[in-house]
Design a protein around this ligand. Structure first.
Ligand code: HEM
Length: 510
């Protein structure tokens, strides 16, 4: 007791010295951190603190804020004490290239679900990641996993059936449908079917089963925001804090419920592993994933592959139905293909068939350009010795251990790459460009939507198939009109997208 009271007395007596020492240490550290990245410009707050980053992360237009910083301060700009963002596709390609010295930064660690358990996305060790990618690649490939395309087709049919059975308007009746929600149902059914071998059944029940979409809409922004801000990231990664915050796998809804379902489904499949299924889980088991790995990977697939194709599909649909020229041209391409004997299968267009439809592909690519589904920072960290890089004709040195995220919203609107009208939704740009090098560059930049090199998205083919089939079948079957062109939907970017209330009038095609 006497020792404690003596210590408290000393602290009180010397409080001003202690406060002064703390201020000096903090300022010296802050100054050293400021100097380390002083070659990069950025907002004043971002030179000295992480407050600018926190403000952007907690706003509702995170990707726009990052793009503005690069527009104002250069294609590599400073947004925090140890964080840069870039609109340079060449830097993004360099960081993710197969043998680059860069690795995934701490941003990714916030995506360990359940807490403490790595999955393919959160894995920061390049060697372990390469091993895991090799184990999982076959499950994502249509060549080695014949169940992928039929699974997607099944849910395209369910989407069409749902619209036809409940939401057809006529001159006598008006039955607006929230397409933002139904597309979310579609994407979630596809991914749960692929990941667990059984869909959630959202489309069949016309319901957000287990409130999953509602709760992930609430949860993902929290994770993405926490990951963006270094101090919160450190807190969230502290095991007991993340465990305390994370819902248990016995929760009745949301991510806890997802984890519970994943555990149950995986353990059933694991027990039956010798039975000959030809799907994703069996491919992963055959490549040596343990039961614990499988749970973490199936949850991650749902988080990585649920909302992302839905965002691509929804925004593309909105661009089409609010643009009469695009609508008419697309419909004509679809109708002509349908009139050509044997070109298009029923009930759902095949992957090899939509790949022959140039305008449809341009429509989807342009949608991904203007509304990129993945907008979180995805920060990579520079190699220990730093890196030299030429940007906008100038050689810059990036010190070792620096986090570099992307400002993809700005990158996809670069006039030098996409032309003066880069803000405009104009699929024709993909068909009119005569200069093959320029076209190739445009393609390469938009394909960065799926990452690059050693971190390239494993679900790209699945996502493209979902989006192209979905768009084709909606316009094969229906006419679509936006109900309120003055407020077509509610869309916010919180690091990930929340898109809702997209009311559409659906009529049968004559
Ligand atoms: C339009 C839809 C999609 C987009 C735009 C997209 C984009 C991305 C991006 C940007 C990354 C991270 C790259 C990086 O870390 O640098 C990624 C990783 C990943 N994606 Fe996708 N994705 C989509 C759909 C899907 C789907 C449907 C699945 C699953 C079926 C999926 C599975 C994965 C996996 C497993 C990874 C981790 C790869 C790794 O870190 O090695 N994605 N995706």
């Amino acid at each position: 007791m006497t020792i404690v009271s003596t210590a408290i007395g000393l602290v009180v007596d010397f409080r001003w010295y202690i406060i002064a020492a703390l201020v000096v240490v903090y300022s010296a550290k802050g100054y050293a951190e400021y100097r380390r990245l002083r070659a990069f410009n950025g907002p004043f707050l971002a030179q000295w603190t992480d407050l600018w980053l926190a403000k952007a992360a907690f706003g509702t237009n995170q990707c726009g804020a990052l793009a503005d910083v690069c527009a104002n301060y250069g294609s590599i700009a400073r947004v925090g004490l140890n964080t840069l963002v870039t609109t340079s596709p060449d830097l993004i390609i360099r960081m993710s290239a197969a043998r680059s010295g860069y690795s995934k930064g701490d941003w990714y660690a916030g995506t360990r679900i359940p807490p403490g358990q790595d999955n393919i996305f959160s894995q920061q060790d390049d060697e372990k990641l390469a091993r895991r990618r090799a184990q999982m690649a076959d499950g994502f490939s249509g060549k080695t996993n014949p169940s992928l395309e039929p699974t997607i087709d099944k849910h395209v049919c369910s989407l069409v059936n749902l619209l036809r059975s409940k939401y057809i308007s006529t001159t006598e009746s008006f039955r607006p449908v929230d397409m933002a929600r139904k597309i979310g149902f579609y994407a979630m059914d596809v991914i749960t079917d692929l990941a667990f071998g059984k869909p959630y059944g959202n489309l069949e029940n016309d319901k957000d089963m287990y409130d999953y979409i509602q709760l992930t809409e609430a949860m993902i922004p929290v994770v993405v925001r926490m990951s963006a801000i270094p101090v919160l990231r450190t807190l969230f990664q502290t095991e007991w804090i993340s465990k305390a915050l994370f819902p248990s796998d016995t929760s009745e809804a949301g991510i806890g419920r997802l984890l519970g379902i994943a555990k149950k489904q995986v353990s059933q499949r694991y027990a039956n592993k010798n039975i000959d299924h030809q799907d994703m889980i069996s491919s992963f088991i055959a490549h040596g994933l343990t039961e614990t790995d499988l749970v973490a990977e199936s949850v991650m697939q749902i988080l990585a592959g649920g909302e992302t194709p839905a965002t691509g599909f929804r925004s593309t649909l909105l661009f089409i139905i609010t643009n009469p020229r695009v609508y008419a041209t697309l419909q004509k391409e679809i109708d002509n293909a349908l009139k050509t004997d044997g070109m298009i299968s029923r009930p759902v267009v095949k992957d090899r068939e939509w790949r022959q439809l140039e305008y449809l592909q341009a429509v989807v690519r342009e949608g991904l350009r203007l509304c990129p589904p993945v907008t979180g920072l995805l920060s990579k960290v520079s190699p220990a010795g730093g890196d030299e890089f030429v940007v906008d004709g100038e050689r810059v040195f990036i010190p070792g251990g620096t986090n570099i995220g992307w400002a993809c919203w700005g990158m996809y609107r670069d006039k030098a790459v996409f032309g003066e009208d880069s803000e405009l939704y104009r699929p024709e740009r993909w068909l009119e460009e005569q200069n093959q090098d320029k076209l190739e560059r445009m393609r390469k930049v938009v394909d960065l939507n799926f990452g690059y090199g050693k971190y390239y998205c494993l679900g790209r083919q699945v996502a493209l198939s979902e989006m192209h089939k979905g768009v084709f079948e909606l316009f094969r079957n229906f006419d679509l009109e936006i109900v309120n062109p003055a407020r077509p939907w509610k869309s916010q970017n919180l690091g990930s997208w929340i898109q809702r209330e997209m009311l559409v009038r659906v009529t049968e095609r004559k």
